[in-house]
Ligand binder design. Structure first.
Ligand SMILES: [Zn+2]
Ligand SMILES: [Zn+2]
Length: 190
């Protein structure tokens, strides 16, 4: 059997069972353990499976097929945000703009809202963040651009250099919603 065919077969078993043991693969395919390791190495590189003690496990493709919950684009900025519903399910957003748009139309007090500090990239509770709307373009995502900061002092400094207006979470939700209702977004934005 050629390596590609073996790897396909291994992946099919892993998908079917969730995980399989190296000993099982060795026996079923009738090849050496070295060969099995070479095959699974390829699948691990492709992020199809991952190693577990004594075997391999299927890697859920959820991260790869992620889409923004508002504008449906698949490219995410460095400021990607998430929202966790009360039942534990997640929604993903390309940037804080779409997060705020979602909150304006479907948000409640119950969701956990996770954003990233613009300067350090650390995850944070977006409800406690400072939002800078309309500063000089740097995210190349949705318009009007929204940046999220963890610390007020840093947001103020950034605003001094790059313009825009500062808002807290609930003010920012209102500001983005009203900006979007009075003008249609530029179709060239993507
Ligand atoms: Zn979006
Ligand atoms: Zn965006």
């Amino acid at each position: 059997m050629i390596p590609e065919k073996r790897q396909k077969q291994i992946l099919a078993w892993v998908k079917q069972h969730g995980s399989v043991r190296i000993a099982f693969l060795k026996e079923e395919l009738g090849v050496s353990e070295m060969t099995i390791y070479r095959d699974i190495q390829k699948l691990i590189q492709d992020e199809e499976i991952e190693r577990v003690p004594g075997g391999v496990k299927y890697l859920q493709p959820s991260v790869q097929s992620r889409q923004c919950g508002v504008c449906f684009q698949e490219s995410f900025s460095v400021q990607a945000a998430q929202l966790m519903h009360a039942d534990g399910s997640m929604a993903h957003f390309c940037c804080p703009h779409c997060l705020l748009m979602f909150m304006a139309h479907h948000g409640s007090e119950e969701e956990q809202v996770i954003g990233r500090d613009f300067l350090r990239g650390t995850t944070m509770n977006a409800r406690l963040g400072i939002f800078l709307i309309g500063a000089d373009e740097c995210l190349h995502c949705c318009a009007p651009q929204v940046l999220l900061f963890q610390h007020q002092a840093q947001a103020v400094k950034f605003q001094a250099g790059f313009g825009g207006e500062l808002y807290d979470f609930s003010q920012a939700v209102t500001a983005v919603a009203s900006a979007m209702s009075c003008c249609t977004p530029d179709p060239g934005q993507n």
